[in-house]
Design a protein around this ligand. Structure first.
Ligand code: MN
Ligand code: MN
Length: 416
């Protein structure tokens, strides 16, 4: 693990390197020396050659680990980084949306994500889809509705830090509340899912013969002619009344779902807490409807690290909320990639791949680990090595059994 001084040296070397890229050959030697010091974990056997040509300076500054990788990086892990801030934003008067899917992260077959904003009163149109939908509120508040096959409906108001889960095919809605509506993250349990491919109420009625609609809904032709001529998808609307009034309007208690499809994550005590930060794990064990998505909301204080680990359940899809991070992903055989992550970025860890996530900033790092499974599970490298006969591990790592005992034996999850 890097110490504080290494961190500062690393940042200083980056600043100097960019200056060198601007054309000052005189500083090249100093910058190269500093880069070598920052990579002391595995000394390079050669001096890094300068980069005198064109550069996208903002990108270089944002991702120094990609541009100037540690000497331990090698080969091709496939894409492990993308950002919602690079994705096309579909905008309407009621809000906007953009997505990061398997089209952006080709190995992410398990999970796709959407970041959506709804203005006050703005609706995400009544719809359903083939994937399950897991969500976390990031800003403001919203009213959600979802119907169960037995005809009972779940209505709730969700605020920042709350989650919801809608099973595949269950029809639902989301509406922005309060002064400024809301913003949220949607996670789907299909990598190729697209928010453009959902079953919309307006789309269906537009593609059904009017006489069939008339017969089915018992509405006359004049009333049917008022139906929307285009998809609504996201649209502006007046704010709703109180949640209690909405519940009463659908028939009160007897019409309401006894299953809760929302979950107040921030009201839950952290699952793991220590000097380096905390982790809140939520899956079907504490949020029963969430049968296909398990998540960990991880907060790491400056300098702390999510320890070297992997997940036996498949790949990991990450969303970064606050702070800055560095992650190296190890994919057999011999492939390793290190990149830097910032708020609104998506990280991806291929199936079973080893990884750590380190807080490289001066403020808390907050990110989500999303797994497509019903129960969160991980293996800690330290925990593995300390639950074997010390002689066995000593023979593998070429160190003494006494040295093995210095490795933390508990699965710490967060290393400070
Ligand atoms: Mn949906
Ligand atoms: Mn992980």
């Amino acid at each position: 693990m890097k110490n504080q001084n290494d961190d500062q040296g690393f940042r200083a070397s980056l600043t100097r390197r960019n200056f060198v890229a601007g054309g000052s050959a005189g500083l090249a030697a100093a910058a190269l020396g500093s880069i070598a010091a920052a990579q002391s974990a595995t000394p390079q056997t050669f001096k890094r050659v300068s980069d005198p040509g064109q550069n996208n300076i903002p990108l270089l500054k944002e991702n120094p680990s990609s541009n100037n990788p540690p000497a331990t990086d090698h080969g091709d892990t496939g894409a492990i980084w993308y950002s919602f801030d690079l994705a096309h934003r579909r905008q309407t008067a009621g809000g906007w949306t953009h997505q990061v899917t398997q089209r952006e992260l080709p190995n992410s077959t398990d999970v796709a994500g959407v970041n959506m904003r709804l203005a006050a009163g703005g609706f995400r149109e009544l719809h359903w889809h083939t994937a399950a939908e897991w969500a976390m509120m990031l800003y403001g508040s919203a009213r959600i509705s979802v119907l169960r096959p037995d005809g009972s409906v779940f209505l709730d108001d969700v605020k920042r830090g709350d989650l919801w889960y809608f099973p595949p095919g269950f029809p639902h809605s989301i509406q922005g509340l309060g002064k400024d509506g809301c913003e949220f993250l949607l996670v789907f349990d299909q990598g190729k899912f697209s928010e453009e491919d959902t079953f919309l109420l307006s789309d269906w009625v537009r593609h059904t013969p009017p006489d069939v609609l008339q017969k089915n809904m018992k509405l006359d032709a004049q009333t049917l002619s008022r139906f929307p001529k285009d998809d609504l998808y996201i649209f502006a609307a007046p704010e709703p009344g109180s949640l209690a009034a909405d519940k009463a309007s659908v028939g009160g208690e007897s019409s309401l779902s006894t299953t809760r499809f929302s979950f107040p994550l921030m009201e839950m005590e952290p699952t793991i807490s220590g000097p380096g930060g905390n982790v809140r794990i939520v899956d079907s064990r504490n949020f029963p409807p969430s049968t296909t998505i398990a998540a960990a909301l991880v907060t790491l204080h400056p300098g702390a690290m999510r320890e070297l680990h992997w997940h036996p359940t498949g790949s990991e899809w990450q969303f970064y909320l606050e702070g800055q991070a560095r992650m190296t992903v190890f994919v057999s055989p011999s492939n390793a990639r290190t990149m830097d992550f910032h708020p609104n970025d998506v990280g991806f860890v291929p199936s079973m791949a080893g990884h750590y996530i380190e807080n490289t900033g001066d403020t808390d790092l907050v990110f989500l680990e999303i797994l497509r499974t019903n129960q969160y599970a991980d293996f800690s490298l330290n925990n593995w090595l300390r639950h074997l006969p010390p002689e066995m591990v000593a023979a593998h790592l070429n160190i003494t059994p006494a040295a093995i005992k210095q490795i933390p034996s508990k699965k710490l999850v967060v290393i400070s």
